[in-house]
Design a protein around this ligand. Structure first.
Ligand code: SF4
Ligand code: SF4
Length: 158
């Protein structure tokens, strides 16, 4: 008896799967299923919660919001972030102030856990939408997130 019930269950499971496939097949022309990647590169936008990579936004004046506090570096569970910092003169106060030299991000180590972004007190880093991160040389996955010549935006404190 179990022999026949197993055959019945097998056919039932097969038909269930095929009905789902059939629905998508019949609706394929409505364009709701397949993204024509990479032809749609110019217009493709990932969903808002997409975690492609950690980025550091800069404004029109080439200013960022990273104070070099290193909270993200400490929070990262696997050493993905390295903050290389120095002390410079604060233009407003004339006193010495910590500043980043390089914010190094090893994308190949990043698990996209988001702890660094959560812990940042100044919202200096966020998720980027880029997902085309295949490279032939893995050293290209190590990036400096602060742009050359950039500096801390005025008024940003820890
Ligand atoms: S990104 Fe945020 S948490 Fe990390 S060093 Fe800069 S200010 Fe601090
Ligand atoms: S997302 Fe997670 S693993 Fe990636 S740099 Fe931030 S804390 Fe580290």
């Amino acid at each position: 008896m179990s022999y026949f019930s197993e055959i019945y269950n097998g056919i039932k499971t097969l038909l269930t799967g095929m009905s789902v496939t059939g629905k998508y097949f019949l609706n394929a022309r409505k364009g709701v299923i397949t993204q024509q990647y990479p032809d749609n590169r110019e217009t493709l936008k990932m969903f808002d919660r997409f975690r492609g990579e950690v980025i550091m936004p800069h404004d029109d004046q080439n200013e960022h919001r990273c104070t070099g506090c290193q909270k993200c570096e400490i929070a990262c569970p696997n050493g993905t972030i390295e903050i290389i910092w120095d002390r410079g003169i604060d233009e407003e106060t004339g006193k010495k102030k910590k500043k980043i030299d390089q914010f190094v991000y090893h994308l190949s180590l990043c698990t996209m856990c988001g702890l660094c972004i959560d812990v940042c007190p100044t919202d200096a880093i966020e998720w980027g939408q880029n997902f085309e991160n295949s490279v032939f040389d893995r050293t290209h996955l190590t990036r400096v997130l602060n742009k050359p010549g950039s500096k801390l935006a005025p008024g940003v404190e820890d």
